[in-house]
Ligand binder design. Structure first.
Ligand code: UTP
Length: 284
């Protein structure tokens, strides 16, 4: 089994749910406490043993690329102020991985973004959607890599969702193997809850065979002229093994305001320096 050493981060979306902030700040740079969303995703990949991050960026996303560079101005200012200890912290992720940037010239969907990575990938790889912050004892990508090593197939992260939320997600039709691993027969993007094949939704972590690129090329754009990753994975599931994996951990949809708020409160409650402030504010 080829090891997973590369993770693709598609960061080309507009982030309309966070307008007006996202007019000039990329969604991936919105902060959860004191770190941008992209930081959490990259940190999870590094902790899972991945050391090559492929960021699919687009117009207005320079701040994302800058974040993983060393900042000489900042470093000299911190030295001048006697705060050298903060330098290592700010460079921690920069030094622990190689960053490859590819431009998505037009935002034609998540599937289109992933296809941009084809020139630098020849083996199975991970995909991280940075909107989804997953708090877990074992990094979710690591959990998924273990499933990949066990099954040899592609793996998508899944979770049970309320009926009212089914139409927001890609939903799987699958056979349970052992309660956490499901062999996927079919995937449907944003189905009507009444006709949905299950209540198991795909969330933003994937381990994909490199054959996904071929399926993406066969995938037609949807009504909104976007190429959907879900449609390509559905095609893949008709031809080779694709597994859904119910991960351990709590997922927050930080691409939405309620999700970002809930994550902020939960993360602050776990932080000794902030928990009393949060409790005081909530009890007002
Ligand atoms: P979303 O569906 O969340 O879209 O994209 P969005 O534009 O980021 O946000 P909203 O819904 O308008 O608020 C899912 C993922 O796919 C990436 C996004 O950056 C996000 O990580 N994406 C989407 C691309 O990289 N390129 C695209 O053309 C579309």
């Amino acid at each position: 089994m080829k090891p997973i050493t590369k993770a693709v981060f598609p960061v080309g979306g507009f982030g309309t749910r966070f307008l007006p902030a996202t007019k000039s700040v990329p969604k991936e740079m919105l902060t959860l406490i004191d770190k941008p969303l992209i930081h959490y995703g990259v940190e999870e990949a590094i902790k899972s043993g991945i050391d090559k991050m492929i960021l699919i960026t687009g117009r207005g996303k320079r701040a994302v690329a800058d974040y993983f560079d060393h900042s000489y101005e900042l470093e000299s200012l911190l030295r001048f102020k006697g705060k050298e200890n903060l330098i290592a912290d700010s460079n921690r992720l920069s030094d622990r991985a190689t960053y490859i940037y590819i431009r998505q010239k037009n935002p034609l969907g998540l599937g289109h973004a992933i296809l941009r990575a084809e020139p630098v990938i020849e083996e199975p790889f991970a995909v991280v959607l940075t909107d989804d912050i997953i708090d877990s004892a074992i990094p979710v990508l690591k959990q998924m890599m273990d499933v990949y090593n066990k099954t040899g197939g592609s793996v998508v992260a899944i979770m049970k969702v309320d009926k009212t939320d089914i139409s927001k997600y890609g939903i799987i039709e699958a056979e349970s193997q052992d309660g956490t691993i499901y062999k996927i027969k079919r995937l449907v993007e944003k189905p009507d809850p009444e006709n949905a094949p299950s209540d198991l939704a795909v969330v933003g972590r994937y381990i994909l065979s490199e054959s996904i690129f071929g399926y993406l090329k066969q995938t037609n754009p949807d009504k909104g002229d976007e190429i959907q990753l879900t449609d390509a994975i559905n095609l893949m599931a008709q031809n080779e093994p694709v597994y859904g994996f119910k991960f351990s951990g709590k997922r927050y949809d930080c691409g939405s305001k309620p999700g970002m708020l809930e994550a902020t409160i939960d993360f602050a409650l776990k932080d000794d320096a902030l928990k009393d402030t949060v409790k005081r504010c909530i009890n007002r």
